[in-house]
Every structure is written in structure tokens, then in C-alpha cells.
Design a protein around this ligand. Structure first.
Ligand SMILES: [Zn+2]
Length: 452
């Protein structure tokens, strides 16, 4: 509850309340948020009837109707200027059936799907083929001018298969080698350069044919079983006019064992290569190996939806500025490998976030005077598939992004009870830090600063 209270208080400060008598003004809003109220929304959204809330399923229909009905009941107006609570998001569902092999010299290394690797394409094509493509180890595969970092140097990797490490380079602190250098790639925290989405984006930019990420549990932050499950089910992409022709043809993960064997067969050593990759001087290493991929893809296109509501700002001067509260409504749907009813109910991730979004919307309607700036409450689709609903909104905003000051996103609420600490994972990115620090202090709580 306290975390929610902080969120609200923080937001109210940001949207133009004076510091004095703040608590009095917030009281009706805070009182409107109750554990029972939150739980009722969570129980509904996470119920079996909603089938795990997969985009494009019956679960979507039920979810977006429920959320829109709640927004309406609360008294929030439609957030889409077309007079509805919905923003259509064109999506494509892709089911990939890959075959793949590596060839080292004359030796063919057959790969078992999905135990050894996964492979798919964001391109909306029924057939993807990469033949006899040279494999190049590119370290972390990062180009980051702000850190003076370029893993590719002058090497042309067009048409090649890039073999990459997950996460970003852990650079030791020169003064204290037991620690990581906070000034390089956020120290212990993972920057965007460390994520798989970045790896596939930079591979496309470089004109590579395929990008293969070596899975390691600790730097990835999850075991290979998660990779296997999430990439072997139906995945989603935005259905763009160019059918994602700009995406890298093949995006793949392989297990650490497979990577070690491939490298050993090519006369290289994984640990030595990994070590060499933690340096600005790293250069791509061409392996004496080739990659083959053939992927058959089952495609379907459909319209999914972001749900959006608005609370108009009360100040004529400021109401054309916006603060967004967002939470993704989707979850993983059903999966045949899951035991029992095969439903990923997603109560925490992210029925709890949507319940909070609805409760926040309700709370803000109880604040008098009403916030000066306009607030948008947005439940986004297809987050689990790569933040697609949010991405679509950013590409097709309903209100000018230049006038949108902040998006406070809620992904899985604390369900463990009261906590003393507040973690500020976007520390250093905006003045919201100060507002959060102030409220945390007022509640006798400790603010942890970190960066993701
Ligand atoms: Zn989530």
C-alpha cells in the first residue's frame, strides 16, 4: 500500500500541488485505494476465464472490456480523441519451426530444437533461409559512442552470422577491481545495450544475416528454460506496412554448451574470448565455421488494443501537458507445456499493475482541486512480446510526445507486504528522483538508488 501511496503522492507533487497541506488534499485519494479494491480487479483479470490474457484471444476481449468499463465507471473520459477508450494496435502472431546446423570445416554440427537453440524471425515471411553464412564472434555486439565502445571496429559483417554475449560488458573499476565501474554501462545494472532486443536491432543495422546470442544464466538473469519456453510459443510483432523487412532475418539463442563446443571445434576457447570482449580493444573474431538456418513461419495478423483513459487537467495553462500512468494488461496466455489447466494466470505480472492503474485513476478523481496537468491512464498490449503496445503508442502517440512529461509504468506490484526501502531504478534520468526522495523521507523510508 505504501508504495502505491508514494506513487500517488509523487505524481501529485509533479503535477502541480503546493507542498503544504499536501497530506490533507491527498487523503480522499489515498483512502480510495484499498486492498480489497485491488484484489477484486486482480481476481477478475487473473481468473481462468481470462485465459492468461494473450493478445488476440478471448482473454484480450474480456480484459480490454473490463478495463474500459472500469475507466468509465470511475469517471475517466475516453483517452483516444476519436471518442473511444481504445487504440488499435496491428499485430502479427508468428509461430516458428526452425531447423539449424553449424558447419566447422567438414564437420556438421546438428542442433536440436528447442533444447540446443531457438530461432525465429520478426520478418513477416513464411519462409526464412540463411545458407552457409560465416560466423563471427562479436563479443557483446555493442556500439556505444558515449562509452567510447565499438565491438565491430571496421569489420564488415553484412550477410554474416553474429555470435554474441548477453548483457553488457562488466568493466572492473580501476580503483577497486573487486567492483564494477559505475561509469561504464551502468556498473552492475543492465543497460539497454545488454538486452536481447538491442542485440537483434544492432545486427539488423549492421546488415547481418543472423544474430545468435549465447545463453548464460547469470548475465541473462534467467535460465535457458525461460528462453526455450518463451521463444518456442507463438510470438508477436507489430504488423508494419513493410512487414518488418528491416529486421534481422534470424534471431536466435544457443545454450552455453553448444557455444562452447562450436568455439572449441573452431579452435577457440569460450572463456578466453569472453575475457577479450571486456575491453574497448576487442575486435570481432571470424570463426572457421558457417551457420545454416531454415525457418518455416505460421503467420496471422489481427488488431490488438491499448486501453486509454484521460483525466483532464484543471489548469487551462497546463492541461495540454500530460503525465501517463501505464501498465500492460497482457500476459502469456496458455501453453501446452504447462501442467494443469495450462493457463498462465499472471496475477502479479501484471493483473496487479492494471489493478493499481485502475485504482490510481479512481484515486485521482477524488483529489480536489483536480491535478493541473492532464493524466492519461494506459493499459498497453503485448508487453510480454517485447513492449509492442507501448512501442506502437510511442510511434503513434495520441497526444504530442513533446508535451508528455513522464510515463510512470507499473509492472508487478509488491505482493510481499510492507517494505522499508524504495528502489529508484531510473535514478539520474529526471527530476522525479527528487520528488520520490521527498515522499520516501516523509514516510521514514529509505531510497535506494540504482540504474537499469
Ligand atoms: Zn510485466
Amino acid at each position: 500500500m505504501k508504495i502505491i501511496a508514494i506513487l500517488i503522492a509523487l505524481s501529485l507533487v509533479k503535477i502541480g500541488f503546493a507542498a503544504d497541506s499536501e497530506t490533507d488534499r491527498l487523503k480522499p485519494a489515498l483512502d480510495a485505494i484499498t486492498a480489497d479494491g485491488l484484489l477484486a480487479h486482480i481476481k477478475m483479470l487473473a481468473s481462468d476465464e481470462f485465459e492468461g490474457r494473450a493478445p488476440g484471444s478471448k482473454g484480450e476481449e474480456l480484459s480490454i472490456k473490463y478495463i474500459a468499463d472500469q475507466f468509465k465507471t470511475i469517471g475517466l473520459i475516453p483517452g483516444n480523441p476519436d471518442g473511444t477508450y481504445f487504440q488499435e494496435v496491428p499485430l502479427a502472431g508468428i509461430k516458428s519451426a526452425p531447423t539449424a546446423s553449424f558447419v566447422v570445416g567438414e564437420q556438421k554440427m546438428a542442433l536440436n530444437y528447442p533444447d540446443d537453440y531457438v530461432a525465429s524471425s520478426a520478418r513477416l515471411q513464411e519462409q526464412i533461409k540463411v545458407d552457409n553464412s560465416d560466423i563471427v564472434f562479436v563479443g557483446y555486439g555493442i556500439v556505444a559512442p558515449e562509452y567510447g565502445w565499438n565491438d565491430y571496429k571496421d569489420v564488415d559483417v553484412r550477410g554474416k552470422t553474429l555470435l554474441m554475449l548477453i548483457n553488457d560488458p562488466p568493466i572492473p573499476d580501476a580503483k577497486d577491481p573487486g567492483k564494477l565501474d559505475d561509469k561504464m554501462f551502468g556498473g552492475r545494472a543492465m543497460t539497454y545495450y545488454g538486452r536481447w532486443s538491442y542485440k537483434y536491432e544492432i545486427a539488423a543495422k549492421k546488415g547481418a544475416a543472423a544474430a545468435v546470442i549465447i545463453h548464460e544464466t547469470e548475465p541473462a538473469a534467467y535460465p535457458y528454460s525461460v528462453v526455450r519456453t518463451s521463444w518456442s510459443k507463438e510470438n508477436f510483432e507489430l504488423d508494419t506496412p513493410d512487414k518488418n523487412a528491416g529486421a534481422v532475418s534470424v534471431r536466435s539463442w544457443i545454450t552455453l554448451d553448444v557455444a562452447k563446443k562450436l568455439l572449441a571445434d573452431s579452435g577457440q576457447d569460450f572463456d578466453a574470448l569472453k575475457k577479450s570482449a571486456i575491453s574497448k580493444d576487442f575486435r570481432p573474431v571470424a570463426l572457421k565455421a558457417k551457420a545454416n538456418f531454415e525457418i518455416k513461419q505460421e503467420l496471422r495478423t489481427f488488431k490488438s488494443h491499448n486501453v486509454i483513459a484521460k483525466l483532464e487537467g484543471s489548469d487551462p495553462k497546463w492541461k495540454d501537458e500530460y503525465v501517463i500512468f501505464s501498465a500492460h494488461w497482457d500476459h502469456l496466455g496458455k501453453h501446452p507445456e504447462l501442467s494443469g489447466d495450462q493457463i498462465f494466470n499472471g496475477a502479479v505480472d501484471n493483473a496487479s499493475g492494471v489493478a493499481t492503474l485502475i485504482s490510481l485513476g479512481r484515486a485521482f478523481t477524488k483529489v480536489n482541486p483536480s491535478p493541473k496537468r492532464s493524466l492519461l491512464f494506459m493499459a498497453t498490449t503485448a508487453e510480454e512480446a517485447g513492449l509492442l503496445g507501448a512501442k506502437y503508442y510511442a510511434l503513434h502517440p495520441l497526444y504530442p510526445l513533446m508535451k508528455t512529461l513522464a510515463d510512470i509504468n507499473i509492472d508487478s506490484m509488491n505482493v510481499w507486504g510492507k517494505t522499508r526501502d524504495v528502489e529508484d531504478t531510473s535514478f539520474g534520468m529526471s527530476t522525479l528522483d527528487d520528488a520520490l526522495a521527498k515522499r520516501a523521507q516523509a514516510q521514514g523510508r529509505r531510497q535506494h538508488l540504482s540504474r537499469r
